[in-house]
Design a protein around this ligand. Structure first.
Ligand SMILES: C[S@@+](CC[C@H](N)C(=O)[O-])C[C@H]1O[C@@H](n2cnc3c(N)ncnc32)[C@H](O)[C@@H]1O
Length: 272
């Protein structure tokens, strides 16, 4: 593990307009053509997270990727090894970063915290991506403002997170942390504390698939383009066939009428 060593140009950061080129909308639309799962289902989001970020990097000519909350198992380690991008893994927890594979750069800070004393981070990244991190953040507007600062003009941010008011996350939100954690560990044994993917307590602030709600928070930050991709469906009932089918049909219905109140996950994609 090595610590971050990036010298960012600090002047002109907020003055440059994004370079001309394809729009986020166009790049994201072409992504829908791949993948085995239907685009509305959260399986698509899980299967295509890395592909989506790498496609955005390719289309916009982006190179330096900051993976927020990458933890012990960064999603882009393989792409970095193949030299498809330069990866810097962030986490709030130094113990998580201590487990990052050897040779990958790390940057320990709270994405929603005060980064004003870390000027080397300003405008230092072309892409800022995160998976299953925003549900743990208390001050989500501050995190998005920081992402704006971390990106160079024309850079892209993508956050993939679970959303309210999907019932598994609503339950997780309402139940005491300890009980919720035990339920998740029972349904998904790999999520035990000594597993690959332990449970971190979520708060679900600003975790919605509703575009209007999210835009009220994101629009004032100054991104040049904002896209929200909503997803429905999950695997919490896989061991209960009848309920699973019923739940699947309900989720498909919600997707068909674009009922954002019951999304299960969302991608929020922004361009500076
Ligand atoms: C559920 S894990 C997700 C890990 C990884 N992104 C993945 O998809 O497997 C959440 C991670 O986000 C980190 N995290 C939580 N709050 C954070 C914050 N405010 N800033 C940076 N990292 C944070 C946690 O320490 C943890 O490693």
């Amino acid at each position: 593990m090595s610590s971050i060593d990036i010298v960012a140009p600090l002047d002109h950061l907020d003055k440059e307009p994004p370079p001309p080129g394809p729009s986020l909308r166009r790049v994201l639309e072409t992504l829908g053509e791949g993948g085995n799962a239907p685009l509305w289902h959260s399986d698509w989001a899980w299967e295509n997270y890395e592909r989506a970020v790498l496609a955005l990097a390719r289309e916009f000519g982006l190179w330096r990727l900051l993976e927020i909350g990458g933890g012990r198992d960064p999603a882009f380690a393989a792409a970095a090894r193949e030299n498809r991008l330069r990866l810097i893994v962030n986490d709030i927890d130094p113990l998580e970063l201590a487990r990052v594979p050897e040779g990958i750069e790390t940057a320990c800070f709270d994405v929603a915290g005060d980064i004003s004393r870390r000027p080397e981070l300003y405008g230092a990244f072309d892409i800022v991506a995160s998976r299953m991190v925003f549900e743990h953040i208390r001050n989500v507007p501050a995190a998005w403002r920081n992402i704006y600062r971390l990106l160079r003009p024309g850079g892209v941010g993508l956050a993939f997170f679970p959303t309210l008011y999907a019932w598994p996350f609503l339950l997780n939100h309402i139940l005491p942390d300890d009980i919720a954690r035990r339920i998740v560990e029972r349904v998904f044994p790999a999520r035990a504390p000594d597993g690959d993917n332990p449970v971190f307590p979520p708060v679900y602030h600003w975790c919605y698939g509703d575009e209007g709600k999210l835009r009220r928070m994101l629009d004032p930050i100054g991104f040049s383009e904002i896209r929200i991709l909503p997803f429905w469906g999950h695997h919490y009932l896989d061991r209960m066939p009848v309920l699973r089918e019923l739940d699947f049909a309900l989720n498909r219905f919600c997707a068909a009428i674009d009922w954002r109140f019951f999304t299960t996950y969302a991608y929020v994609v922004v361009r500076k």
